[in-house]
Design a protein around this ligand. Structure first.
Ligand code: ADP
Ligand code: MG
Length: 731
């Protein structure tokens, strides 16, 4: 075996599970110990300051500078006790992951050159100006206004990581446009709060606030770091660009919910211990479908905080993996032929009175409220199914889309037979049949009561991208490396817009003298009819469904750069504007960033693939071919001519096959380079992205085909790159 690969494989197989320090005590003892949460705040802030912060968090009241000074002082004291010497604004630029810039607490006591002291003011807590001209902004921050600000988000608590006090912030331009994911997410949370609260008033005037909840499920792969180091494609692009399928992968379905390998158990325990200290309530861990694939999921929480926790956990996962001799792969499709990784976004709404708006109710009135929110969500997803798909589309995630695993290329919604039958009943009944009052003037619904137990026995449809699962919708198309906010911004905005429209429609009917409950019923009935095409309970992966969906007018676009145009359709611009989440300028700018990211991803992959072919594959196979040639020539020397011809026929065929495949590879790599040149000459980002999609990307599969065939015939000893069978099975 080639010595590099041989050493890596040997090293990987020798590794034992790391013995991790067992956490002492109960999880609740150390949960959130690095977080400046309410309990901690109450020890470090005065009663008035604490009250002001809570008011800011709960009711969006802005904080005065004086109060910010008090908060900063308390935070600094606490953070320094935890060993912090620095502070950092932590933000979510339009690239992947998070960004931070660390400053130490020191200031001169008096004149420059004198002694220093630790200081941290409300001003530094509230706002910072990172030298961030290199973060993508889609042209919003041209150089004359090159400033971008980070501003404190008090609704997500600060935490101490290593030696730094980390402050979650939004990132906006000098002129106020969002340059990140958090700012529009917060706006969308606000929009849905307003719209949903107004609708809730039909049912309960005590409702003052509606909270958006998120529960993410994070899928990921682990690969041994020695093997990772010898795969330039994994190291540079996060996925394998070549590699023949392993004879055994997931066909036996023996990995899913199987026992977790001990090295991985040790990793998970370590990770959970760290995550708990950061207040991330990890609840579930298990194997996933593909070998080396795993999942973890927390208790759900308020969407903004839960999303920050997801971003934090992704970086913790990476760090802890290194400690265990692993590399974490968050790429959506690291290996061809086995499942890729997603991140299910479980989304729901709940009132300050403790009612889940997507949870079947206990009373007929609550049931009607539940149906109201369910139907409005369906209607929103129906109207904007293309946009919802655009929100999860990336170069990476496109490898999962439409493959025979979640998610399909069409966004549809699954409700299960029980809820479907309730909606059918409403559709086919009259207002008088359904909306009835008992003797005490309490609402009685002429439809079957929806039992709460539904949660546990919903007929699960794993092929649906947007599935109702008892008390929430589960958006399953999100990519594993994505910021959940990209899809939450869309879901919240479209549902908020829809709820506003619903309110207008119902109020219109009430104004004409229709009774409130009847008005609600009539509007819902209309929506149920209109949104029917989005409902689909069958196999989302089947070809028949794709054809049917096209007939139903659902979006079937699969080209990544093209689908982004959903964001700038007139109706989308109007929708985002109406709820104050994103402006037209921001939408255009953000698309520029998306196209640019797409281009760069494909460009890097194309370069790496070219290098692998020219520096690894072709030299190795040529060497092997020379051995074969040598063998054929020597055969001729020792055997009589006819015998030699017969005995070396197999090797001759191999020699020929190698030559042909090498020619194909070389030709395709050259043509791919030419296609890249054509693409790079395009000025317009969209056009450039389209050339990358239409003319560069198609070479990937063509090239890989020949390379993978060669992997099968070349001497195993000579092949330098770890094979799938080695990468995919942790011992
Ligand atoms: P499954 O794999 O069957 O979908 P999991 O238990 O792995 O289920 O994940 C369920 C996820 O849904 C968890 O993150 C959980 O916190 C979240 N969740 C449960 N109820 C709600 C809800 N009402 N709103 C939002 N998220 C929820
Ligand atoms: Mg799930």
């Amino acid at each position: 075996m080639s010595s590099l690969r041989f050493n890596a494989v040997e090293e990987a197989f020798k590794k034992k599970a790391l013995v991790v320090e067992s956490p002492v005590g109960l999880i609740s003892d150390y949960f959130g110990q690095y977080v400046f949460n309410r309990t901690t705040m109450s020890k470090y802030l005065s009663v008035d300051t604490l009250k002001a912060v809570q008011d800011a968090v709960d009711n969006g009241v802005s904080l005065e500078r004086g109060i910010a000074d008090h908060v900063a002082a308390g935070m600094k004291k606490w953070a320094m006790e935890k060993g912090a010497t620095h502070y950092s604004h932590w933000f979510q630029p339009l690239t992947e992951g998070t960004a931070e810039k660390h400053d130490s607490f020191i200031e001169y006591v008096g004149m420059p050159g004198g002694g220093v002291m630790e200081s941290f003011s409300g001003k530094l807590l509230a706002q910072q100006e990172p030298d961030a001209s290199s973060f993508p902004n889609g042209g919003i921050r041209s150089t004359f206004e090159a400033r971008g600000y980070t501003a404190w988000d008090p609704s997500s608590p600060a935490f101490v990581m290593d030696d730094t006090l980390v402050i979650p912030t939004i990132f906006i331009s000098y002129t106020g446009e969002s340059l990140d994911f958090k700012a529009p997410l917060l706006k969308s949370i606000n929009a849905i709060d307003k719209a949903a609260t107004a609708v809730c008033k039909y049912f309960d005037t005590n409702v003052k606030r509606v909270t958006c909840y998120l529960g993410w499920e994070q899928e990921f792969f682990l690969v041994d770091e020695s093997l990772f180091a010898t795969r330039p494609d994994l190291a540079l692009t996060g996925r394998t660009l070549i590699g023949h399928e392993s004879a055994k992968n997931q066909q036996l379905e023996d990995h899913y919910f199987g026992s977790v390998p001990s090295r991985v158990v040790s990793y998970m325990r370590d990770l959970e211990f760290v995550a708990y200290k950061y207040g991330i309530p990890i609840k579930t861990r298990h194997n996933e479908v593909a070998p080396n694939q795993f999942e973890l999921a927390p208790l759900y929480g308020e969407a903004n905080l839960s999303n920050d926790q997801n971003l934090l956990v992704m970086s913790l996962m990476k760090k802890v993996a290194r400690r265990h001799g692993f590399r974490l792969l968050l790429h959506e499709k690291p290996f061809a032929g086995v499942n890729g990784s997603g991140k299910h976004n479980n989304w729901s709404l709940g009132t300050n009175t403790g009612i889940g708006l997507l949870t079947p109710g206990k009373t007929p009135l609550e049931d009607l409220q539940f149906i109201t929110f369910l139907v409005n969500t369906l209607m929103a997803v129906y109207k904007h199914n293309g946009l919802l798909k655009a929100s999860i589309m990336t170069a990476n995630n496109s490898h999962r889309l439409g493959a025979n695993e979640a998610p399909p290329t069409i966004v549809s919604a699954f409700l299960g037979s029980h809820i479907s039958s309730v909606l059918d009943k409403i559709e086919n009944s009259t207002s008088e049949e359904v909306i009835k009052m008992d003797d005490k003037k309490f609402l009685k619904l002429g439809i079957p009561h929806i039992p709460e137990v539904l949660l546990d026995n919903t007929d699960r449809n794993r092929t649906s991208p947007f599935a109702f699962t008892g008390n929430r919708f589960e958006f399953r198309a999100v990519g594993s490396s994505a910021n959940c906010a990209t899809s939450l911004i869309v879901i919240n905005s479209i549902v908020a817009t829809q709820l506003n429209e619903f309110k207008k429609d119902v109020d219109g009917r009430i104004a004409k003298g229709v009774k409130k409950e009847n008005a609600i019923f009539e509007v819902l009935q209309e929506y149920i009819k209109l949104s029917k095409p989005i409902r689909f309970d069958g196999n989302g992966y089947s070809e028949e469904w794709r054809q049917e969906a096209v007939k139903r007018g659902l979006n079937s676009e699969t080209c990544v750069p093209e689908i982004y145009k959903e964001y700038t359709k007139p109706e989308t611009i109007e929708m985002f504007k109406s709820v104050g989440v994103l402006s037209e300028k921001e939408l255009y700018a953000r698309n520029e960033v998306k196209w640019d990211t797409y281009i760069k991803k494909i460009q890097i992959e194309a370069r790496v693939l070219g290098d692998l072919c020219l520096n690894h594959v072709i030299p190795i196979v040529t060497k092997y071919q020379s051995l074969l040639l040598d063998n054929v020539v020597k055969m001729q020397a020792i055997f009589l001519e006819e015998e030699a011809v017969e005995l070396s026929s197999m090797n001759k065929e191999l020699i020929k096959e190698i030559s042909q495949r090498v020619c194909h590879i070389k030709k395709n790599v050259d043509a791919m380079v030419e296609a890249r040149k054509i693409a790079n000459r395009k000025e317009d980002e969209y056009e450039k992205a389209m050339v990358y999609h239409n003319q560069v990307l198609p070479f990937f599969d063509k090239i890989r085909y020949d390379v993978d065939k060669l992997e099968l015939i070349v001497d195993n000893q000579m092949w330098t790159l770890p094979k799938y069978r080695e990468l995919l099975f942790i011992r």
